[in-house]
Design a protein around this ligand. Structure first.
Ligand SMILES: C[S@@+](CC[C@H](N)C(=O)[O-])C[C@H]1O[C@@H](n2cnc3c(N)ncnc32)[C@H](O)[C@@H]1O
Length: 159
């Protein structure tokens, strides 16, 4: 299975970079992982709704360009479907069995995802009603994908 993460902006904080590197290494046993970082837009402290939408749309165009046509897209969105770790593992396994060989997970920038990206998504996944910073979301998502593969392979992992 190919797994691609499409994300917005570069991560500078060393602790996030280290955690991402660690989970990417662990995941390399199970899938072909690629992380694509599209450029983010500068966001002023105070922006009108119209400007915020413009910013999300610009970032959204870059996100859409980096998604392969034949890929199954899972957008991370607070309003998406919540799943337990076991349910996410079962979903990934079922998609693979059903013939999906390339999953793309999309994480929005600080303002979130543009409507066009949410429309392109085949499904939306929520990690809770809380808002997480996109840098931390990347780490949490990688850990949950790793946990999914451990569950799929009946391998032990922390409960
Ligand atoms: C800082 S959040 C954006 C917040 C924005 N107000 C929104 O409602 O999307 C950045 C990105 O992280 C992801 N994200 C943050 N919290 C999430 C959650 N609880 N569940 C799923 N994705 C989340 C989403 O992809 C979001 O676009």
């Amino acid at each position: 299975m190919r797994i691609t993460l499409v994300t917005v902006g570069k991560i500078k904080e060393k602790f996030f970079v280290q955690a991402i590197a660690e989970y990417s290494k662990r995941l390399s046993r199970y899938c072909k992982l690629e992380i694509i970082e599209v450029a983010d837009e500068k966001t002023p402290d105070k922006a009108s709704e119209a400007l915020e939408l413009q910013i999300k749309e610009k970032e959204g165009e870059r996100i859409l360009k980096s998604i392969k046509d034949d890929s199954y897209v899972i957008a991370l969105a607070i309003e998406g479907k919540m799943r337990s770790s076991e349910e996410l593992a079962a979903r990934i396994e079922k998609l693979g069995i059903g013939g999906e060989s390339h999953l793309t997970f999309v994480i929005g920038g600080s303002l979130g995802l543009a409507p066009a990206v949410l429309n392109r998504a085949d499904e939306k996944l929520s990690f809770s009603p809380m808002t997480f910073p996109h840098q931390l979301m990347r780490v949490i998502l990688l850990e949950q994908i790793y946990r999914s593969y451990r569950i799929i392979n009946h391998e032990p992992y922390h409960k």
